[in-house]
Design a protein around this ligand. Structure first.
Ligand SMILES: [Zn+2]
Length: 363
């Protein structure tokens, strides 16, 4: 791998990616792929582990296996034909030397390949290989970059250490649903970014800063009554009481009403989102609302920490909700994609009055 360093970075990365995936991908080798193998500098064609390199053969156009095979019948060219081919370019080379080199090549070709090469007619063979990716057998032309990319991600990605943190509080947490909810495409980017930081437990709460030795007092600046950790910041702080009951009221009395499990853990909802997939509920909207509530709490906390000012979180929340829904409505109507607006914000949503020309958000 150290030799790779002379290559441009993009090739280094491609080759490294290939090495990471290699054990998961298997080519179904057909005779044509044997034919197209290079004879020289090929680790598969080697004598005692050493690949071959005869520049005179290369100068004579003998570079791939197919160059030493007959075109329409199975089998290898005779020693004399090879001598003739090489001597055309290198008349000074003795026939004996060429014949010996050719014998070495034939000796170095893997036995299984030789068996196929001596038996199968090269003309009528399908050139397209099948690939086994993971456990699936796929036709080569149908193997998209996405498949390789997913495979690579599985190979190189590690679970965030935050999973341990969340499992301690929520032992039955489904992280797959969590990551889907965090990154939902209709969410405003600033919400996705904050959601990501919350689920990966990378918010610098005052408690965390104290543990890191970057701050000497972990007491919450809003209530000055308890240390500010993740749970305090989002839900336990007494300064959040009114906002919390406002959001709980919307969630439990309006959005999640009539569901099988109407009473959900507010703390989990505000921190991580609504992770169930319930048909009667517009889960997109619920998670949008929770994301905006989350960012409203966080913004008010930032203003408290950096400017020592108190703001009305509920007002900020309502303003932000309306701003984002208006933005989405304008975007989808301009692009003739109202069905998507309906999917994310209108369907099964008692908080929305909507007639395809305008909307009213009842919060
Ligand atoms: Zn507090």
């Amino acid at each position: 791998m150290s030799q790779l360093k002379v290559l441009p970075r993009v090739y280094q990365e491609m080759i490294q990616a290939y090495y990471s995936l290699k054990s998961e991908v298997e080519f179904d080798i057909e005779i044509q792929h044997i034919y197209e193998n290079p004879i020289f500098c090929n680790p598969v064609i080697s004598n005692n582990g050493r690949a071959l390199l005869y520049s005179e053969f290369i100068n004579s156009g003998i570079v791939q296996i197919k160059d030493i095979c007959y075109e329409f019948i199975p089998g290898f060219l005779s020693k004399d034909s090879i001598v003739e081919l090489v001597q055309e370019k290198h008349p000074e080379l003795k026939s004996r030397i060429i014949a010996e080199a050719y014998a070495k090549i034939l000796n170095a070709i893997p036995k299984l390949w030789k068996k196929d090469l001596n038996q199968i007619n090269p003309v009528n063979v399908d050139r397209i290989p099948s690939l086994t990716v993971g456990t699936k057998m796929i036709e080569f032309s149908k193997v998209t970059t996405k498949i390789f990319y997913k495979l690579l991600l599985q190979k190189i990605s590690e679970s965030p250490t935050s999973e341990h943190f969340w499992t301690q509080h929520y032992p039955s947490m489904c992280f797959k649903s969590l990551y889907l909810v965090v990154n939902q495409c209709h969410l405003p980017p600033e919400c996705v970014s904050l959601n990501y930081r919350v689920v990966t437990n990378t918010i610098f709460t005052l408690s965390k800063l104290c543990r890191m030795g970057k701050h000497d007092n972990s007491t919450c600046l809003s209530c000055r009554a308890a240390p500010e950790d993740m749970f305090h910041l989002w839900t336990n702080c007494p300064s959040l009481v009114n906002f919390k009951s406002y959001v709980i009221d919307i969630l439990h009395n309006v959005l999640l009403k009539d569901t099988l499990n109407p009473i959900l853990d507010y703390t989990q909802l505000i921190l991580l989102g609504y992770l169930k997939n319930t048909k009667e509920i517009n889960t997109y909207f619920v998670n949008f609302l929770l994301s905006v509530a989350r960012i409203s709490i966080y913004k008010s906390r930032q203003i408290k920490v950096f400017d020592d000012k108190d703001i009305d979180i509920k007002r900020l929340f309502i303003f932000t909700m309306k701003k984002y829904v208006l933005y989405a409505f304008t975007y989808y109507i301009t692009n003739n994609r109202l069905p998507l607006f309906e999917k994310y914000y209108v369907n099964k949503n008692p908080l929305m009055r909507y007639d395809q020309k305008s909307f009213q958000l009842l919060i």
